[in-house]
Design a protein around this ligand. Structure first.
Ligand code: ISE
Length: 331
């Protein structure tokens, strides 16, 4: 495997590949030599500065570079018919997501898995399984509280929050409800230091609603979902945490980083991707999912500016993405 980008996510993916039997990290590519070498040496791989060089040598590739480089590397991997695991977002620009859709259609195969790893997170999987027999979704509520301790006091723009964070919840709405988002209204709360809270209200193609509540300066990191369906209500299990009674108080720890609550999900995602790649098939969130989430992001940005509901207009879903069965990758 080649791992392109050795920042937090690249290093995490390289470690997970290294842990799993049957796959090896051959190359870690990162223009920053110290960062690249640190991960490469840990997993017994070679360091390369150039992602394209690593890609030419590998059987499969993980793209975990800064978001703006995803498009060109994924396009090159599709061109070489290599299985790809690409961190979210698939691309930053909608036009680039469309180009990847066209490239995969031209290749005639699903080659890319997009890193919407909530699909591999136990609490989300439990909700999906529990709601399956309950019929149509009437309302799906996503709560996402980010502490953003690594922003050093900087606040993010609406676009950044949507592309970097809420895009996960947008995918969660789509994969849990099995519907498409047809319109979105964006409301925001600005405080002295900048944008703090975003609320998306989405109409779904089955006539239901979804709301995404996003706090970018919360006291602790939390992600959960609640669903009201025709046949019942499902609430995601909260993580098990010890309660401590001390000095007349009852306390529990939430945690403030977004990474550790999802470590098992990242591992499961990697395992699923590797198994599919090894058997010549593909699985998990597709380029269509990456594109569809990006269309919702663009509509939410427009609504943030206009204050009005904005339609989410997807192109017709290509056949390649219409059937759930994994397809063989022919090389
Ligand atoms: C981060 O990039 C992630 O992917 C996390 O899952 C998300 O919760 C966080 O908001 C993002 O910044």
């Amino acid at each position: 495997m080649a791992v392109l980008g050795a920042g937090g996510m690249g290093a995490c993916h390289a470690d997970h590949i290294d842990e799993l039997a049957g796959a090896e990290v051959g190359w870690v590519a990162d223009p920053d030599e110290a960062t690249g070498r640190a991960t490469a040496e840990r997993v017994g791989a070679d360091w390369l500065a150039d992602g394209h060089e690593a890609l030419a040598a590998a059987d499969a590739v993980v793209v975990a570079t800064p978001d703006r480089f995803h498009h060109e590397l994924v396009a090159a991997a599709i061109e070489q018919r290599l299985p790809v695991l690409c961190e979210k977002p698939l691309t930053v620009e909608l036009g680039d997501a469309l180009a990847l859709l066209q490239a995969e259609i031209k290749a005639g195969r699903r080659l890319v898995q997009v890193g919407f790893m909530r699909e591999y997170h136990e609490a989300h999987v439990q909700v999906r399984d529990a709601m399956a027999p309950l019929g149509e979704v009437n309302h799906l509520r996503c709560v996402h509280r980010n502490t953003n301790k690594n922003l050093d006091g900087r606040t993010r723009t609406l676009d950044e929050m949507l592309v970097q964070s809420l895009i996960h919840d947008i995918h969660t709405v789509r994969f849990l409800s099995g519907t498409e988002i047809t319109s979105v209204v964006t409301k925001t709360v600005e405080r002295e230091r900048g944008l703090r809270f975003v609320l998306l209200t989405c109409e779904l193609s089955n006539g239901g609603l979804a709301t995404i509540e996003f706090d970018d300066a919360a006291a602790g990191y939390e992600v959960w979902v609640e669903v009201d369906s025709e046949g019942g209500n499902v609430v995601a299990a909260q993580p098990l945490r010890a309660s401590v009674r001390r000095s007349g108080a009852l306390a529990s720890t939430i945690g403030d980083d977004w990474f550790s609550p999802f470590l098992d999900a990242y591992r499961a995602e990697m395992q699923a991707w590797l198994l599919a790649a090894a058997s010549g098939t593909s699985t998990g969130p597709t380029v269509w999912d990456g594109y569809a989430a990006q269309v919702v992001v663009e509509a939410a940005v427009r609504s943030g500016a206009s204050g009005a509901p904005e339609p989410v207009e997807l192109s017709a879903k290509p056949d390649l993405y219409s059937h759930p069965e994994p397809r063989e990758i022919e090389r």
